[in-house]
Design a protein around this ligand. Structure first.
Ligand SMILES: [Zn+2]
Length: 324
């Protein structure tokens, strides 16, 4: 009895975490851990070597994206070539029709710096993405420039009629009165001052008192009595707008005043020999955008090519009339 009680006591006294039980619990943990590692490894192997449905889905999505980007690039290129065509027509047809300079916008044809596209860098689609954005940016810049240019042309077209009357386009004197002609450009050495000076206009020699005509519709910008014995003498400066001005110098008489509106063919003065002039003649200048241009190019409209040729030849047979 005592023995059996001792035995019972042994059982009762044995601690809950006795060695066999601890081993059993570790064994379970170990197999769980092992199982987890195995599953992870398996998953890794499957995902690396085998196509899972998800992976297949991503791959096919990417292929589709590349295809769509390529189509997009094609469309951008087509649009770019259309814009280039419009730009070409703009410069060589429309703008020359209105004798307008091509529109210049600083940097519009310079590509953006590469760092603008840095967010697209770093994966296998970089070059595709970058090129597409680059082409797209170029297209939008060119479209913007062309739109601005065409807007400007629209205004020019509206003003075309007004412009065709304003541009200096006739002879400033009756051509039958012309005795001789002195050309625009480099002047021969000055007889007194021995200096070579650019002749900013043409000299039309004729009798004193011959009427001087406004060569286009304009506003009288300036009249000057020029009492000195040098320079332009008595002169009229007309502002035709659209960038054009004309000057009529050495006049005998001025028949308009500053601020007057004049029309093409209106008499604005008389030929004389005031200022730095040694004989009656009209010194006539055409100024476009602040630069002197050859007036001959503006009054050959109503001349035949033979008349023009004769004029050019006669230019060489003349003497120096002006003292600057
Ligand atoms: Zn002159």
């Amino acid at each position: 009895m005592k023995q059996s009680q001792e035995l019972n006591n042994d059982v009762a006294i044995a601690p809950a975490n006795s060695l066999p039980r601890r081993f059993a619990r570790y064994g379970l943990l170990r197999s769980l851990l092992l199982g987890f590692i195995l599953i992870s490894l398996l998953n890794l192997i499957i995902s690396q070597l085998l196509y899972t449905p998800k992976l297949y889905f991503i791959e096919s999505n990417n292929r589709e994206m590349v295809l769509k980007y390529n189509i997009l690039q094609d469309r951008i290129r087509t649009l770019q070539s259309k814009i280039d065509e419009i730009h070409h027509r703009d410069i060589y047809i429309y703008r020359s029709l209105f004798s307008a300079d091509s529109l210049h916008i600083e940097g519009i044809y310079t590509p953006y710096p590469d760092n603008k596209y840095s967010a697209l860098m770093g994966d296998e689609y970089t070059s595709l993405m970058r090129q597409t954005w680059y082409d797209m940016d170029r297209l939008s810049r060119h479209t913007y420039a062309t739109t601005l240019s065409l807007d400007e042309l629209q205004i020019l077209a509206k003003n075309k009629e007004r412009m065709s009357f304003a541009i200096p386009a006739i002879w400033p004197i009756d051509r039958t009165q012309l005795e001789w002609f002195y050309s625009f450009g480099v002047r021969a050495k000055h007889p007194i001052y021995k200096t070579r000076k650019m002749h900013k206009g043409v000299d039309l020699s004729c009798k004193r008192g011959v009427p001087v005509y406004a060569t286009g519709d304009a506003i009288v910008q300036k009249t000057d009595e020029g009492r000195r014995r040098r320079g332009y003498g008595r002169q009229v400066l007309l502002n035709h707008e659209f960038g054009y001005q004309t000057r009529y110098a050495h006049l005998n008489k001025i028949l308009v005043k500053e601020g007057d509106r004049v029309v093409r063919g209106q008499i604005i003065g008389e030929v004389g020999s005031t200022g730095g002039s040694t004989g009656p003649h009209l010194h006539y200048e055409v100024i476009y955008m602040g630069r002197h241009v050859n007036p001959v190019n503006y009054f050959n409209r109503n001349m035949t090519s033979e008349e023009y040729q004769t004029l050019i030849e006669n230019m060489r047979h003349n003497t120096d009339l002006e003292i600057e």
